[in-house]
Design a protein around this ligand. Structure first.
Ligand SMILES: O=P(O)(O)OC[C@H]1O[C@H](OP(=O)(O)OP(=O)(O)O)[C@H](O)[C@@H]1O
Ligand SMILES: Nc1ncnc2[nH]cnc12
Length: 181
């Protein structure tokens, strides 16, 4: 939990049974609409990462971009998009991962950063961890050093953050929700 974790959590809305029955969707749009809350969110990431000498923020398509761009701007480092398959125009490398039903793929430009660069990966939410883990593997494969993986929301009951940690990557979450919250 971060310095503003309880406050950030209080402005995230839970929408039951969306997009399908049984899913509690954690909706960050009320947080984004609240300028004071959005500022505190970005500040909590800046506070954690300002002394870590990062070279790039790798942000995951699409909601990860919302956090990644202002963070890269504030920290004075580069912004690298990790995109869903078929969106990047230049040479790419890709990583396939398993979804609840079927498979998905994320891609990275092959010239996105230099070997040894210190990279923070950001996304809005970790559920099963498949997306974040695929992004981390992609960056490791291309020679980047994954300093940490960071998210606004962790859903620990779905096991994703534990899985990412077991694979050898640090995980930072501003706040978390259990299934019954
Ligand atoms: O931990 P996981 O089980 O992989 O789930 C988390 C991912 O799911 C959501 O993305 P989504 O694919 O819905 O895309 P969006 O950001 O474009 O809405 C979310 O933004 C994460 O990227
Ligand atoms: N429960 C959830 N809420 C918001 N985004 C999600 N992405 C995957 N699971 C999610």
């Amino acid at each position: 939990m971060s310095i503003y974790g309880d406050y950030i959590k209080s402005v995230i809305r839970t929408v039951p049974d969306w997009p399908q029955p049984g899913v509690n969707f954690r909706d960050i749009t009320p947080l984004l609409q609240n300028s004071a809350a959005f500022r505190k969110l970005i500040d909590s990431f800046v506070h954690r990462y300002q002394e870590l000498d990062l070279d790039a923020i790798a942000a995951i398509d699409a909601r990860g971009f919302i956090v990644g761009a202002p963070l890269a701007y504030e920290l004075g480092c580069s912004f690298v998009p990790v995109r869903k398959k078929g969106k990047l125009p230049f040479r790419t490398i890709s990583e396939t991962y398993t979804l609840e039903y079927g498979e998905a793929e994320v891609e990275l430009h092959s010239d996105a950063f230099k070997p040894g660069d210190r990279i923070l990966i950001v996304d809005d939410l970790i559920a099963t961890g498949g997306t974040m883990l695929a992004a981390a593997k992609l960056i490791s494969r291309s020679g980047g050093q994954v300093v940490e993986t960071a998210t606004i929301v962790d859903l620990p009951d779905l096991g994703g953050s534990a899985r990412i940690h077991e694979a050898g990557y640090n995980v930072f979450a501003v706040c978390s929700f259990t299934e019954d919250e």
